[in-house]
Design a protein around this ligand. Structure first.
Ligand code: AMP
Ligand code: MG
Length: 318
């Protein structure tokens, strides 16, 4: 009888410990940060395989950077940028998809968003170490090559340029695409939830174990304030919160601020009376294009465009 009691107690203890182990691993939290896509990226995942998922997600983000960066000489984008008018440039399915989606917003924004702004962004060099104010002549010359309508999307993932000097910069959309892909991959790992931050492009899915309703609260960064300073927050279940802001890349000269969101009509940083635009949408890729577009378009037209894509929009000023 005494032996049976011991066996029963041992079995009970075993099941309690096993239950605790499962509960703990179900909620297992893992965070990882890396500098990719020219920006600080981090993920926090919940679930038994959170660490493995994070590793795979960063592999994917690096792969996308390798395809879409205009600063990596073997990327799809660099191959397009070096091509001559009429050359058929075969690219990956990813790059083709991103260019196609971006071109739609180039059109719908009337060119406020224009991925062929590369010759101008190259001059300003915001992603490099020494950004500088280009001369008026340099800007006028670079603007001649700008015009998204000179990109032709051919069959079989082939891109053709109508003029040789045309160059593409996917800086305004690639982080969003990477965010969507990151979520897709993470979801294959049976996580209970997760949050991905690719330089201000936030993507959430599943349940937030730290909130009562399971939703994610994402703060809208207060421009020119320490990271994590918020005045507004948005609550999302699953989706993306993407911010484009002048404070994300800028320099000051002679008391003036020059930032990286370029008005493709004149080649200078878009002058506005706000500092950032945040878009809440399902797809981070769409949100990324829209945020950059809406920054250049201004509050009225930007809000109209966001509405066309069922996006919520927030303009913020320091
Ligand atoms: P984001 O980081 O999404 O706000 O986009 C800004 C980045 O997109 C810049 O660093 C440039 O690489 C590129 N860019 C700047 N101005 C534009 C524009 N008007 N349309 C498309 N891309 C742009
Ligand atoms: Mg963008």
């Amino acid at each position: 009888m005494k032996r049976l009691k011991i066996i029963l107690i041992t079995a009970m203890l075993f099941f309690i410990l096993f239950g605790l182990y499962l509960a703990k691993n179900g909620k297992k939290e893992y965070s990882q940060s890396e500098f990719v896509l020219d920006t600080a990226c981090s993920v926090t995942f919940y679930g038994k395989d959170a660490k493995e998922a994070a590793g795979r997600v960063f592999d994917e983000v690096r792969r996308i950077e390798g395809l879409m960066s205009m600063y990596k000489k073997d990327s799809d984008i660099s191959r397009i940028n070096r091509a001559k008018a009429g050359d058929k440039v075969k690219v990956s399915g990813d790059t083709y998809k991103v260019i196609k989606a971006a071109l739609e917003i180039c059109q719908r924004s009337g060119g406020a968003f224009d991925i062929t702004v590369a010759p101008v962004t190259r001059l300003w060099n915001f992603t490099g170490e020494n950004p500088k104010i280009p001369s008026k002549e340099e800007i006028s010359k670079a603007l001649i090559s700008v015009g998204y309508e000179n990109i032709v999307l051919d069959e079989n993932n082939t891109v053709i340029k109508k003029n040789s000097s045309l160059e593409i910069d996917l800086g305004g959309v690639a982080k969003g695409y990477a965010g969507d892909r990151a979520k897709e991959i993470a979801k294959k790992y049976n996580l209970t939830g997760g949050i991905i931050d690719l330089g201000g492009n936030i993507v959430c899915f599943g349940t937030n174990p730290h909130s009562e309703n399971g939703r994610w609260t994402v703060g809208i960064q207060l421009p020119f304030s320490p990271s994590g300073t918020y005045r507004k927050t948005v609550e999302v279940k699953e989706g993306s919160v993407v911010t484009s802001g002048n404070y994300q890349r800028y320099f000051e000269e002679n008391g003036r601020l020059y930032h990286h969101i370029i008005n493709p009509y004149d080649g200078y940083p878009s002058e506005q009376n706000y500092d950032s635009v945040t878009i809440v949408t399902d797809s981070a890729m769409t949100g990324d294009c829209l945020a950059t577009a809406a920054y250049v378009l201004g509050e009225e037209k930007g809000s109209e465009l966001a509405k066309e894509y069922n996006g919520k929009i927030y303009y913020e000023k320091n």
